[in-house]
Design a binder for this molecule. Structure first.
Ligand code: PGA
Length: 265
């Protein structure tokens, strides 16, 4: 008998197109953001073999959508509120993002978890709100340095997956993009080695396979984030289970971000 499953898995691995997402965080004025987009867009290859996403501050999203009109490049927000509307001064709902045509929302970034005390419970609700609106959550997970030093990172990340994602049905979980971002590597200049990244990405995929099934686990994009730069991107992106990157600092410079896109595409 022909061994169909193997063939199926190989095909699925091939259809996981790389994703490169820019997380600008709280950086750039509107004019600076506009200039940056103007510098980057013309350098993105016309026949894109990867998905490029910009997640600038909320105030820049309208400008971004105008700039991206007619291009293959995608737009994302850095956060959202879990409720559809109401008395939540200073917050932005998913339907507001949707009304602008935003496609992706970063959820549970470690800066949101640490500085704004977002718990797994709140992040789960945000994931649900984003999916319900038909947008794609970029769900962030990852351990702090002290957890890595005690070699308990796998249990820690598994816990984040269980509490934030594993309530989702098969058929829905595939719509989530996961970003593994070790907190000790974010903005520090210290990158996880390609082996460390691959090890955790494979672990995450294995956990999804255990909870759902292997085919489902092969469909899900798992991005790496944490001091990805032009000179380390290629090696990270060629790891079997690394499907691209979530890029902070290096996405704020046109040349370095374009180099990272080229490393992925
Ligand atoms: P960094 O940030 O690339 O500056 O380390 C990544 C992130 O926080 O998403």
């Amino acid at each position: 008998m022909v061994k169909m499953p193997c063939l199926t898995f190989n095909l699925m691995e091939n259809i996981r197109k790389k994703i490169v997402a820019a997380n600008w965080k709280m950086n750039t004025s509107l004019a600076e953001g506009e200039l940056l987009i103007d510098q980057i867009l013309p350098g993105i290859p016309k026949s894109l073999n990867c998905t490029v996403i910009f997640a600038p501050p909320f105030t820049h999203l309208s400008m971004l959508k105008e700039k991206l009109a007619g291009s293959e490049v995608h737009s994302g927000a850095q956060n959202c509120h879990e409720e559809p509307s109401g008395a939540f001064t200073g917050e932005i709902s998913v339907s507001m993002l949707k009304s602008l045509g935003i496609e992706y929302v970063i959820v549970g970034h470690s800066e949101r978890r640490q500085l704004f005390h977002e718990s797994n419970d709140v992040i789960r609700l945000k994931v649900d709100a984003v999916l319900k609106a038909g947008l794609i959550p970029i769900f962030c997970c990852g351990e702090t340095l002290d957890i890595r030093q005690t070699d308990t990172q796998n249990i820690f990340v598994r816990h984040q997956l269980e509490e934030c994602l594993f309530h989702l049905e098969k058929g829905t979980i595939e719509k989530v993009c996961i970003a593994y971002e070790p907190v000790w590597a974010i903005g520090t200049g210290v990158t996880a080695s390609p082996e460390q990244a691959q090890e955790m990405h494979q672990y995450i995929r294995d956990q999804i396979a255990l909870k759902y099934d292997k085919v489902t686990s092969q469909l899900i994009h798992i991005l790496y984030g944490g001091s990805v730069k032009a000179d380390n991107a290629k090696l990270l992106f060629t790891q079997e289970d690394v499907d691209g990157g979530l890029i902070g600092g290096a996405s704020l410079n046109a040349e370095s971000f374009l180099d990272i896109i080229h490393a992925a595409c």
